[in-house]
Design a protein around this ligand. Sequence first.
Ligand code: DAH
Length: 342
Amino acid sequence: MKEELKALGEEAKKLIEKSSNIDEINNIRVEYLGKKGKLKNILRTLGKLSPEERKELGQLANRIKEELEDLLKEKTQFLKKKALEEELQKNRIDITLPSHWIETGSSHPVISTLIDISETFVAMGFSIAEGPEIEKEEYNFDMLNIPKDHPARDMQDTFFLNNGEILRTHTSPVQIRTMLKQKPPIAIIAPGRVYRKDADPTHSPMFHQIEGLLVDKDVTFRDLKGILKIFLESVFGKEIKIRFRPSYFPFTEPSAEVDIGCTVCGGSGCRVCKGTGWLEILGCGMVDPEVFKAVGIDPEEYTGFAFGLGIERIAMLRYRITDIRLLFTGDMRFNHQFKGIR
Ligand code: DAH
């Protein structure tokens, strides 16, 4: 029986060695070590033997069993590892291959500037108002106290449509629209496109403006100065020099133009600031009582300020662009320079 046991062990070992997959291994385990397996069958006959023989054969059977179990385990691990390696080999990725080119978009410099400016005002409590680009002359001019013979109303400057309406020449009519539908307190900014018959390196027939309007009781010129200072410092940095210069707009009284120290030469005088050291950046003033009357707000009860600025001009200074027309050519070589800048 001893020989029988040893032969069985050898037989199983050979099979394990030859086996080439996990299924085969499992079959061998069942066939030799299972409850109805070959080893158990032999052990069942041990009862007929003397106690010494039984002991000796029992120990031998256990050794063979342990040995086979070890071999099965080892072979299982080996086969699993092999299978994994084959799998990895099959799905190998060549990370040195060039990847697909993924074209990503970016904000246009005018839009980034528009968003930045808007966010500054929104943070101060202004809301965003909108108006149509096709506008009534009444809102674009008359109610803003712009007289019928004002040069801005000339066919030379304004795009007139066949139906008698116009392309708005500024965002100021949004002031009118807002005050017609909303009672004070009002604090809005109105970003948008405007149109003028103008084309040279610093003028485009379509450009963007942001209008601001704040109406409440006891609003003063000091409030206007404070708000504009915060805004200009947030766009151009805390060190920026600011100057208010008396000016004239039909819809504000008093009116001012705001200059900033030239961002190109720092104030010493250059081509961009035409040697003055200053750059004109926006128009502003206290809302003219005539405008309040036109929209039905009592100028004795309320005061307010308004301002308007060109976004392209600010974008050009910010990104040092010297020709406004570059902003509207759609040339991707130009546009891509501003990727990730905002
Ligand atoms: N609408 C003016 C323009 O297009 C800009 C402007 C100036 C707007 C003064 C205002 C203002 O609201 O108070 O040139």
